[in-house]
Ligand binder design. Structure first.
Ligand SMILES: Cc1cc2nc3c(=O)[nH]c(=O)nc-3n(C[C@H](O)[C@H](O)[C@H](O)COP(=O)(O)OP(=O)(O)OC[C@H]3O[C@@H](n4cnc5c(N)ncnc54)[C@H](O)[C@@H]3O)c2cc1C
Length: 384
């Protein structure tokens, strides 16, 4: 039984956070075991969709802009090394109506961070994007070098490379440890004992279920529905570069051009109802289908009667503010939480893994915004 072997670190959860944590720890020469209940980037995980946006714009929030910038470099280096084109440089277009405060803040932050972008007025938007219904929209910011990560494939690739670096991968469900002080081992539902010096629980929306006392009221899994609309035959206006990835914050809506011939992707970023990630229905609701159809008719008139060709239902793993949770368990001194991606975490996987490795191995100075103390039991979303 492998319970005799002691790893330096056991990482629980092979979503984007756990996969990159294991990868970075292995790169630094640590003996790592990565334990995952269902499989890397599986259909119930938050990392399990086909595609995720990587954008630099975060309004005035320089922390996440810099993390995104750092992560894009790492994603690109990683994909170049494995020769898999899992990043699509579609460009990212931010649009704003009357309230352009966030656009202005984004522009100032991007400038400060040395990230290239273009600013468009209404006339330029009309000329460049005749396929978008621009009603209410006055201005835009375009990030030419941002785009889309092929999420599920990317997580699988990071895990595969982590295994190449020496990480041991197990398909098993970990039972949360109960003892205070230093935890010596975890057990799995399959009856195995896994001993390690440190433990990282990167369990996404399951964090609240794994640690009900500490996190049950601090992680808010919300139901999120995603739609793909079939584009007309022979049509190229809905693929990049004609149409970039786009966000219209005032409506809390975002979408992507046609990638892998799946059609136009569109979703509402507003938090849906609270759900259980193991059991929630993965079938889209009639209400959301109607709302999204109406939105598409308004914003992309040529797709008014387009068929819905694919759907997905996922969950965000929100914290009260939207800031990540990367901190130690308050009573188990060698147990760490890594989660709270809150609908924007995927792109940051590489930076999260790097940060965790520095916390665990170097005792690096922690970022106060990621602390458990700042996570409340009432939601006040501040990060978008
Ligand atoms: C619809 C949707 C759209 C999004 N869009 C974007 C976007 O455009 N850009 C962006 O950057 N982010 C986006 N996000 C957010 C991002 O996808 C998530 O923040 C990120 O994927 C979270 O990764 P994670 O590793 O923390 O969690 P997960 O991917 O959920 O991984 C957690 C893993 O832990 C495993 N696990 C849990 N408990 C146990 C246990 N006891 N034993 C073993 N394994 C366990 C689970 O099986 C799971 O695989 C989006 C999310 C959703 C749902």
């Amino acid at each position: 039984m492998s319970g005799q072997k002691t790893y330096d670190v056991a990482v629980v959860g092979a979503g984007v956070f756990g996969a990159w944590a294991a990868w970075h720890l292995a790169k630094r020469g640590k003996r790592v075991v990565l334990i995952e209940a269902y499989g890397p980037g599986h259909s119930r995980a938050s990392s399990g969709g086909e595609s995720r946006i990587i954008r630099m714009g975060y309004g005035g929030d320089e922390l996440y802009t810099r993390w995104s910038q750092r992560s894009l470099v790492q994603w690109k280096e990683f994909f170049a090394g494995i020769k898999q084109p899992l990043f699509v440089e579609t460009g990212v277009l931010w649009m704003a109506g009357k309230n352009d405060t966030r656009l202005k803040e984004t522009a100032a932050t991007l400038k400060r961070c040395g990230i290239s972008f273009e600013e468009y007025d209404r006339a330029t938007l009309e000329k460049k994007y005749p396929q978008i219904g621009l009603e209410e929209i006055q201005k835009g910011i375009f990030e030419p070098h941002s785009g889309v990560l092929m999420a599920r494939g990317a997580v699988a690739a990071v895990v595969e490379d982590a295994i190449r670096l020496g990480v041991e991968y197990r398909c098993a469900q970990v039972v949360d440890p109960r003892e205070a002080g230093a935890v010596k081992h975890v057990t799995t539902m399959q009856g195995e004992r896994i001993a390690a010096g440190q433990f990282v629980f990167a369990c996404g929306a399951w964090l609240g279920k794994a640690f009900p006392d500490v996190l049950g009221a601090r992680i808010f899994p919300s139901r999120q529905e995603v739609f793909f609309f079939g584009i007309p035959a022979g049509e190229s206006r809905f693929a990049a570069p004609a149409l970039p990835t786009w966000l219209f914050q005032e409506d809390l809506v975002y979408g992507m051009p046609d990638i892998e011939s799946r059609g136009l992707k569109i979703a509402f970023d507003e938090h849906g109802e609270r759900v259980d990630p193991d059991t929630q229905s993965r079938i889209v609701s009639p209400e959301m289908t109607k709302a999204v159809r109406e939105y598409v008719a308004h914003r992309f008139p040529a797709l008014r009667d387009a068929p819905i060709v694919e759907t997905r239902v996922c969950q965000y793993e929100n914290t009260s503010s939207g800031d990540f949770l990367i901190d130690r368990h308050p009573e188990m001194e060698n147990v760490w939480f890594a989660g709270g991606g809150s609908g924007h975490g995927f792109k940051h996987g590489p930076a999260v893994g790097e940060y965790l490795a520095a916390q665990l191995l170097d005792g690096a100075k922690p970022e106060p915004r990621f602390s458990l103390d700042t996570k409340e039991s009432v939601q006040k979303r501040a990060v978008y």
